[in-house]
Design a protein around this ligand. Structure first.
Ligand code: SAM
Length: 212
């Protein structure tokens, strides 16, 4: 008997060899490997990127590079993914992985705090953003990212259901849950975007910027 997640995985195109190598390495060498987007969400990010065909993508929260690799698939020729990771101990792995994956020319890796680094980019630079960093900082990422997105561009935000904690009583002022609830309410109240919360995996919000 399938469980529904296995069924979904088994009806989604398989990971390529680069991603299965990365998944294995992530499970062997990191303490929280389940943070990577995985086969289904990875393929969905790839599909969105191919549909949008962006010139510039921004990602906050690279981890071992799984979603970064998927996002590069739809870039325009000469386009770039700027991806920001706060943990400098991941830098050597990421440079090695991007080289192995043949995408060094498509990726600009920034090591540091996404909320601050984002401020350095030009306004209206990005066609697509994927927010997947520290959940406590989600409202700050959204505010800082917003001017950097073109009108008509998309902001994707991961883990917006946070294991369904967004609909439970928040225990001990848990800052992770509070960050996500605040972000979800900000997006919903923001008349500069139209948005949909997709219940894939741990919840993925898509917000399309319709005005500055
Ligand atoms: C859920 S993982 C990202 C998973 C990755 N996007 C993927 O799908 O494979 C979150 C990552 O965000 C990083 N992170 C946390 N706070 C950050 C910050 N302020 N700026 C940039 N990255 C941050 C963490 O170190 C971690 O590697």
């Amino acid at each position: 008997m399938w469980n529904i997640d296995e069924y979904i995985e088994n009806h989604t195109t398989e990971e390529d060899q680069v991603l299965s190598w990365l998944r294995r390495k992530t499970y062997l060498t990191t303490t929280m490997p389940r943070q990577l987007s995985g086969r289904v969400q990875g393929k969905l990010l790839e599909m969105f990127s191919r549909m949008i065909n962006p010139e510039n993508i921004l990602e906050i929260g690279t981890f071992t590079g799984y979603s970064a690799y998927c996002l590069t698939k739809g870039l325009k020729a000469g386009g770039k993914l700027h991806t920001i990771e706060v943990k400098d101990e991941l830098e050597d792995h990421l440079n090695d992985f991007f080289s192995r994956a043949g995408i060094l020319d498509k990726v600009v890796l920034h090591i540091g705090d996404g909320a601050q680094i984002v401020k350095e980019f030009s306004d209206s630079m990005f066609d697509m953003v994927f927010i997947d960093g520290d959940k406590r900082q989600y409202p700050e990422y959204y505010e800082n990212v917003f001017p950097k997105v073109k009108i008509g561009g998309y902001i994707l935000i991961d883990n917006v259901l946070w294991y369904d904690k967004v609909i439970s009583e928040v225990k001990n002022n848990d800052p992770y849950t509070l960050g996500i609830i605040k972000l979800n309410d900000m997006v919903q109240a923001d008349n500069r975007v139209e948005n949909v919360l997709v219940p894939i995996r741990d919840g993925l919000t898509l917000a399309r910027k319709i005005s500055d």
